[in-house]
Ligand binder design. Structure first.
Ligand SMILES: [Fe+2]
Ligand SMILES: [Fe+2]
Length: 206
């Protein structure tokens, strides 16, 4: 018990404070880095900070859900998706550095909030937990779609990362549905959208 608490705590600390590692190369376009104007670079950096916060939250959500999940097959699926989220975390982190932007100062708070949500969702049982996950991934997909319309058109590097993340998030939602996700009530979906909107507006600046 103590050992698993230490392992999970270590994972949380690494997500928030250490550099993420990845085995998959970051998606990159077939062209050299384009020169962005200062304002475009700042805008792209702020948008990628939002994506990085999203990936910090994804780590925490998956961790919370896996901690209380009793089903071995679901735990394995959560672990696989969580590994891909670690790659997204590493890609967005690297892109932030390339754009001269910083991570969100509120990452410890985002992490704690998402971890609590993951634990609560997990406690509601696998069907609801997977339903929450599927809906989260769908909302992330539509957020990433939106990002493709607001990122500077010539920021091919950020766009390539966002595009690959979108593909992965669609597959995470599909996995959750396949494992027996329950459709979330409309009111919960709206509450999730409002919370995500607040997170996006804050993470753009802080
Ligand atoms: Fe992700
Ligand atoms: Fe995902």
């Amino acid at each position: 018990m103590l050992e698993s608490i230490i392992v999970e705590f270590d994972k949380a600390l690494r997500t928030v404070f250490a550099a993420a590692s990845t085995t998959r190369r970051a998606p990159a376009p077939d062209c050299p880095e384009t020169v962005l104007q200062d304002a475009e670079k700042a805008h792209a950096g702020a948008l990628m900070r939002i994506n990085h916060v999203g990936e910090v939250c994804a780590q925490a959500l998956y961790q919370g859900q896996a901690l209380v999940c009793q089903d071995q097959a679901i735990r394995q699926a959560l672990a696989k998706a969580s590994d891909e989220e670690t790659e997204h975390l590493a890609w967005t982190e690297r892109r932030l550095t390339e754009l001269g932007a910083r991570k969100s100062l509120l990452n410890p708070l985002w992490y704690l909030g998402a971890l609590s949500l993951g634990l609560v969702a997990g406690k509601l049982g696998d069907a609801w937990s997977l339903g929450f996950l599927a809906e989260t991934e769908r909302q992330v997909e539509s957020h990433l779609d939106n990002q493709l319309s607001v990122l500077p058109t010539q920021d091919f590097q950020s766009r390539a990362i966002v595009q690959q993340m979108k593909i992965d998030e669609i597959s995470h939602a599909g996995t959750a549905m396949h494992l027996g996700a329950q459709e979330m009530p409309q009111r919960v979906k709206i509450a999730m959208r409002l919370a995500a909107g607040f997170m996006r507006r804050t993470a753009y600046y802080i």
